[in-house]
Design a protein around this ligand. Structure first.
Ligand SMILES: CCCCCCCC/C=C\CCCCCCCC(=O)N[C@@H](COP(=O)(O)O)[C@H](O)/C=C/CCCCCCCCCCCCC
Length: 216
């Protein structure tokens, strides 16, 4: 599976469907669908202009690392996030305290996207409860400061903060979501958020239980 279709037209509904299929009935998270959800989100970000390309590149890079694991000879261990964590920890394939032999472990790579999922959750919640005169840049910055920013160096925080000011206004933003009227956007956001929150929580609990929430 190669990443080749980032420029297809984005629809929020598609992301909703992907996150819906992420969780098994036993609350396992299917890595293939998790990655597909991120690919959809990156497609959306690519519609927003080149100022976001440094963010997009990092996300694509991390997605590709996970896809490589999925398609690799040990791919059977990467079907769910739970099986990935067990396999990599049991086989000592994760740098636990400082960066070393496994800079591309599935566990550390997914952790970066997992932290970004918290940003997304906070941002979408703000969008869902926003009004016509709400400012997307402010909502995005607030969500970022409450989540991802705590894990980023000063220079990244600065670059991200600058990019956020290039976000389009709420009406254009909603148009790019490609769902329909603002009321329909709100409804789809209302459906999407609990799914994203649940995937986030299941992953957070798994990482906490295995004491791998601070992987270098
Ligand atoms: C439902 C639709 C509405 C919202 C759609 C949002 C679409 C967002 C798509 C992608 C989000 C980007 C995910 C970024 C992952 C960042 C992972 C990360 O933290 N990487 C850093 C650490 O990695 P290592 O060095 O430890 O390997 C890396 O240093 C980061 C580099 C790039 C800057 C990351 C800034 C993140 C800002 C996230 C907000 C994106 C705003 C998009 C605007 C809608």
């Amino acid at each position: 599976m190669a990443i080749a279709s980032e420029d297809l037209k984005f629809t929020l509904q598609e992301v909703l469907d992907t996150f819906k299929s992420c969780l098994s009935e036993h609350k396992e998270v299917f890595l293939e669908h998790y990655v597909a959800g991120w690919r959809g989100l990156v497609r959306f970000m690519n519609c927003l202009g080149s100022v976001f390309s440094f963010i997009s590149k990092d996300a694509v890079n991390k997605i590709q690392i996970l896809v490589n694991h999925l398609n690799g000879e040990n791919g059977a261990h990467y079907v769910t996030i739970q099986s990935m964590v067990k396999y990599e920890l049991d086989s000592q394939l994760v740098d636990l305290t400082k960066r070393g032999s496994f800079p591309e472990s599935g566990c550390r790579t997914l952790l970066r996207l997992h932290r970004a999922l918290r940003w997304l959750e906070l941002f979408l919640e703000r969008l869902r409860t926003s009004t016509e005169d709400s400012n997307t840049s402010v909502m995005c910055s607030e969500a970022y400061n409450e989540s991802l920013a705590q894990h980023h160096a000063w220079i990244i925080r600065k670059a991200a903060g600058t990019a956020f000011w290039a976000l389009p206004g709420r009406a254009t933003f909603f148009d790019v979501l490609n769902v329909g009227s603002p009321e329909q956007v709100m409804a789809v956001l209302g459906d999407t958020l609990p799914l994203i929150s649940e995937v986030y929580k299941v992953t957070e609990d798994l990482y906490a239980q295995n004491n791998i929430l601070e992987l270098p």
